[in-house]
Design a protein around this ligand. Sequence first.
Ligand SMILES: [Fe+2]
Length: 363
Amino acid sequence: MAEKIPFADARILVVDDEETNVHALTRILRAAGYVNVLWTTDPRTVASLYQKHDPDVILLDLHMPHLDGIGVLRQLRVIMRPQAYVPVLVLTGDYTPEARRRALSEGAKDFLTKPFEVDEVLLRIRNLLETRYLHREITTQNQLLEKRVRERTVELEGAYLDTLERLASAAEFRDDETGRHTERVGEVAALLGGALDMPEEDLFLIRRAAPLHDVGKIGIPDAILRKPGPLTGEEWEVMKTHADIGARILSGGRSRVVQMAEEIARYHHEQWNGEGYPHGVSGEAIPLSGRLVMVADVYDALTSDRVYREAWPTEMVLAYIREHAGQRFDPRVAALCDRPDVRGMLLDVRQRETSKPTAQRIA
Ligand SMILES: [Fe+2]
């Protein structure tokens, strides 16, 4: 049995208007061992044959009626996929340097004049197929690598966001063992941001950054944080330092989510009228993320049971936010509580669960 030639199953498309030429070429190719030889005598069908059969190499005549070889090369350039590499070998009776120059400049990869040496044609075809297969292999490998990089990136991002979530619950665990308050603050802040038409990307960030607003409570002594009774003035002063402690813990972050978390930790107790803490900043000098979390934090805390008081009914909390618009809260954010769609979403966040009472204070 004859030895199988390399690329024996390559798809070879022969294009020549002379049927005798087509038959001669296909006979040579089949005799050499190529099993997938296609042909056409009508150059106008090349585009559809290319799309249907995805040939590995094309043998193309130059002078043909209706559409010459140059026209075919141009058509192929338009329809080929950007990454595709399909070598074209021009076989022509036109031996003028002009024909060779034009064919090569229009994208042909090789050029032979008729009458040709059978061995030479076969060698050139083999060389072109070698390039085609190498190209295909490299493209496949690149796609595989890109896919792996994408998968790794998604995995890393997931691990990173996961770590942030755990950091938020570590801080919360000390005074709210249910661990859902911080998460809901993220949810509500993003919901309010969405109602203000914040860009999608910022909503993604605030949703993940807001749960870290109280991370600075890690630095507050248990005697104050878990004190069952009311805090003394001095103890409140210590409690208020959690905003700056949190900002310090998160400072210098390189990712946008940690940068936003730092901003939120620092500003989430600043009030619109400047009477908040830690720095008494007012109005729009408080970043929007801080103003949103201020409302989200109060909303969630007041609608939750505490060991020292029962949860307020949602309508009462919304009324409280409205009453303090322009004082404690950014009036634009507070006004969202009047919008039926926002109220509906806020109620929904709350109704999805009933938490166990905790000792946590709004601080
Ligand atoms: Fe706080």
